[in-house]
Design a protein. Structure first.
Length: 383
């Protein structure tokens, strides 16, 4: 009996201890839940206060719009300044005009060198040595000076011979055997650079230098202005102005049309160009050519003006795409940073490089079939 009574007492003690533990754990749970609720309420209040005190979120789209509008303003201002300078030097002609073209050639050749020395070019492509590259820029400017003085035959051939000879000599002077070898990329970069940056722009000098007088007299207001600035009404002046104005209209029309309606990409080389922009550019260039023919009676008939607009527009688009392909190969967005809103000078004048030679050829053959002596179209007295 004593043993049984002792066991029952032990059971009672264990049960009482279990009840105490259970009550203690439940109390702790209650305290924890109340404290967590309090913390959550404090966090909610703090979060609400922080949310009310924090500034409103910045709209990234408005920032982007401001940036784009600022770039557009810079682009317009730069274009107006360049257009004013170009108009003045085209009117003046002669040495001033040749200096202007020479500056463009020098800067474009330097930007071209920047493209062909880019680190993003494919492996194995190597640019010519520094001295040869700089000589190419100087020779390109010299070709413009030669064109102004009427020296045109054999200039490109002689310049190519000099540059390639320099390349061979410079490579032979290198100490490392790998650098002694001339790579094919060096040859093509030099010859194309001389052709692209030096030879083709000389046709703008040739075009302005056409000294044959236009058969149709200018309108009265234009005649008064020309007499005031003492400029002759030559075929070269008219052809240069018409070519430049047609390219400007093509670029402007393509830019506006692409921004407003552009949806279908034109070509993979330049993804930003669209079919709609190209259509607007062609319409704008055609309108300028027809208006020029109406007001200034140049070239003299509607069919020739239409053909002139088509040819100049095609050459401007081709020049733009050629430069875009070079930038794409070099892994660069712009050729330089000289012009705000445009990039480099080569980015701005790429449309003009192939236009000059085509416009000169059209004028040459048009007046040839009209029976005008060739000497009046080719040889212009230096001014």
């Amino acid at each position: 009996m004593g043993l049984v009574g002792g066991r029952s007492q032990r059971r009672l003690r264990l049960e009482s201890l279990a009840r105490r533990r259970h009550s203690t754990s439940s109390t702790l749970r209650t305290c924890r839940s109340s404290s967590s609720d309090a913390v959550e309420s404090v966090n909610e209040l703090g979060g609400a206060e922080t949310a009310s005190a924090s500034p409103p979120p910045i709209d990234s789209s408005s920032k982007e719009k401001k940036k784009k509008s600022s770039a557009l303003v810079s682009r317009i201002v730069t274009a107006l300044v360049l257009g004013s300078i170009a108009g003045y030097v085209i009117l003046g002609g002669g040495t001033l005009y040749a200096i202007f073209i020479g500056f463009i050639v020098l800067q474009c050749s330097l930007e071209y060198i920047g493209l062909m020395t880019s680190k993003n070019l494919p492996k194995g492509v190597r640019a010519p040595p520094t001295l040869v590259r700089r000589t190419m820029s100087l020779i390109s400017v010299g070709m413009v000076a030669a064109a102004q003085q009427g020296i045109r035959t054999g200039v490109f051939e002689a310049a190519s011979f000099v540059l390639l000879s320099m390349l061979l000599v410079r490579r032979s002077m290198k100490k490392k055997p790998k650098k002694k070898k001339v790579k094919f990329s060096e040859l093509t970069m030099l010859v194309f650079g001389l052709f692209y940056c030096g030879y083709l722009p000389t046709f703008w000098v040739r075009l302005r230098g056409v000294s044959a007088m236009h058969a149709v007299p200018p309108p009265e207001l234009v005649a008064k202005f020309l007499s005031w600035v003492k400029v002759e009404w030559t075929v070269g002046l008219l052809a240069t102005f018409m070519s430049a104005a047609t390219v400007v209209a093509a670029d402007t029309g393509a830019f506006i049309g692409g921004k407003l309606m552009g949806s279908r990409p034109l070509i993979s080389i330049s993804p930003n160009k669209t079919v709609e922009g190209a259509g607007w550019g062609f319409f704008a260039s055609l309108s300028v050519a027809l208006a020029f023919n109406y007001w200034f009676r140049f070239p003299g008939n509607v069919s020739m003006a239409f053909g002139f607009a088509v040819a100049v527009y095609a050459a401007s688009v081709f020049g733009d795409l050629i430069e875009s392909s070079m930038k794409r190969a070099a892994g660069k967005k712009d050729s330089g940073k000289l012009l705000p809103g445009h990039g480099g000078l080569l980015d701005r004048f790429d449309s003009y490089i192939f236009t000059g030679v085509l416009a000169y050829g059209l004028v040459y053959w048009y007046y040839y079939f009209m029976g005008t002596p060739l000497t009046q179209l080719i040889i212009a007295p230096p001014r």
